[in-house]
Ligand binder design. Structure first.
Ligand code: GLN
Length: 494
């Protein structure tokens, strides 16, 4: 039998049903693997006691023939999802020790369906970042290594702990959130799949807010089908989130194998950005060929406002963040540094509690929302955002899906790309346009760079049409046959 930690979720569910192994066996195998991979720093908090209890409850349901959608599947939970009674930090000092008195809807949905939580996964502080280096709990290390040197690499961000855990085979799946690319970019850097569904598909209730008009939850896994299963559980209308959309969640697994015959796939010319690594462009061409060979029709499309997406995002996201983070004042949540008076307490608490990147965003956000600049920056950005959205709507009149690269580079080393914040922001140049437009997007691993690192391609779909994205993702997965393993998992598989 295959090592339990190398199974896909689908394979594990089949094994559990047949009683080849128990949910407790599966959980213990993942706990052992996690203990051996602690140097990756994937978790802010391990929750093995909870996992063991949940696994035993899953086994009891299997024994009674009452197993649920994800029964017994060990997952990592991004530490941005509030988990009742379990510390939730958003990787910030300001929330250290915060134990939410309620459960986020997404984590609650997954527990309802029998998922087993191994731990709260590390991330960039308040999900702001692209390399998981802004966490107050230290950076996460990518389980992949490049051929040219032995330097530790970033897993991408902000959902870096989640992605690294799934890639290292210490969790079978994970939750992430994506505001401008935080699921898709780390999926690409870690050689796994990850989908940001349409804005409104998953409830944001109980997810620590970064930029509310952009934040969306989604899963990571090692196959398109596993992502579909996880999203099936996470998604759905929730009256507790007024932006959650009441639109039925289709049975993704039932259509995923339909292939792409007859589908029109658009290739947007604006994503051919000057200076993009030729390796990435070649990979993109390979992806186009794969979909063509599988029966899709390829069409050229244009998204002219793409070039303004990154700049617009860095007005809107900080604006919303400055407003959302105003609630951390030392009175209601987490850390408090006592001052001489109330204002002094606010200032001292926030000075000590927030990291540098979070402070930078709050300052930018406050500036663009200030009376004198509101129209010049924030309102202008909102208008440009509408144009970006319109680009997608126009493009989708000509095609069913778009295919683009996920990220402009492969994973880089810790310390690289860190000379100025804008270099880091450029990581999301391909993922941010769809975030601004609220469109669903998925990254699938397609190949390795010359230096031996995974590279992903991004599939973007029509609003609420994740089902078609999954079909194309599976078609690419079949054609790409991406079987390479990170060094850490190779050692275990041997
Ligand atoms: N890297 C982007 C940022 O720093 C996106 C982060 C995210 O999607 N949460 O804002």
């Amino acid at each position: 039998m295959k090592n339990l930690t190398s199974l896909t979720i689908k394979e594990a569910l089949a094994g559990l049903k047949k009683k080849d192994f128990s949910a407790v066996d599966l959980t213990e195998a993942h706990i052992k693997a996690t203990e051996a991979a602690r140097h990756l720093n994937c978790y802010i908090l391990e929750t093995f006691d909870i996992a063991r209890k949940q696994a035993a409850a899953s086994d009891a349901r299997y024994a009674k023939g009452e197993a649920r959608l994800l029964d017994g599947i060990p997952i990592a939970m991004k530490d941005l999802f509030c988990t009742e009674g379990v510390q939730t930090t958003a990787a910030s000092n300001i929330l250290k020790g915060f134990k939410p008195p309620y459960e986020s809807t997404v984590s609650g949905n997954m527990f309802r369906d029998g998922a087993v939580m191994l731990g709260k996964a590390n991330l960039d502080e308040f999900a702001m970042g692209s390399a998981n280096i802004t966490s107050a709990y230290g950076n996460v290390i990518n389980p992949w290594k490049r051929k040219s040197d032995d330097k530790p690499l970033v897993p991408g961000g902000s959902s870096g702990g989640s992605a690294a855990a799934v890639a290292a085979r210490i969790a079978m799946g994970a939750t992430g959130t994506d505001t401008g690319g935080s699921i898709r970019q780390p999926a690409s850097f870690c050689g796994i799949s990850g989908i940001k569904p349409t804005y409104g598909r998953c409830s944001r209730f109980g997810i620590v807010a970064f930029a509310s008009s952009l934040d969306q939850a989604g899963p990571f896994a090692r196959s398109a089908e596993d992502c579909a299963l996880l999203l099936q559980s996470m998604a759905g209308y929730d009256s507790k989130d007024s932006t959650s959309v009441n639109c039925p969640v289709p049975d993704y697994a039932s259509t995923i194998a339909q292939g792409v015959k007859g589908l029109k796939v658009g290739v947007p010319k604006e994503y051919r950005i000057d200076g993009t690594n030729p390796e990435i462009l070649k990979l993109w061409e390979r992806g186009v060929e794969m979909l063509k060979d599988a029966g899709a029709e390829i069409v050229d499309v244009s998204l002219p406002y793409t070039k303004y997406a990154l700049q617009t995002y860095y007005v809107i996201a900080p604006a919303e963040c400055s407003s959302n983070l105003a609630r951390y004042d030392g009175v209601r949540f987490g850390q408090r540094v006592e001052g001489d008076n109330l204002i002094d307490t606010y200032e001292k608490t926030r000075a000590a509690g927030f990291g540098k990147e979070v402070k930078r965003r709050i300052l930018i956000g406050t500036y663009v929302l200030s009376a004198g600049y509101y129209d010049a920056y924030y309102n202008k950005a909102r208008r440009v955002r509408k144009l970006i959205w319109q680009d997608f709507i126009e493009a989708y009149k000509k095609c069913d899906l778009l295919l683009t690269p996920t990220a402009p580079t492969a994973a880089f080393a810790i310390g690289e790309n860190m000379q100025d914040p804008v270099t880091m922001y450029l990581n999301d140049v391909f993922t941010i346009p769809a975030s601004m437009a609220g469109m669903p997007g998925m990254s699938v691993p397609v190949g390795l760079s010359a230096d031996g690192l995974p590279l992903g391609l991004q599939l973007l779909g029509k609003p609420f049409d994740e089902a078609t994205i999954f079909r194309a993702a599976q078609a690419i997965e079949k054609a790409a046959n991406f079987t390479a393993l990170p060094q850490l998992a190779q050692a275990r598989a041997a």
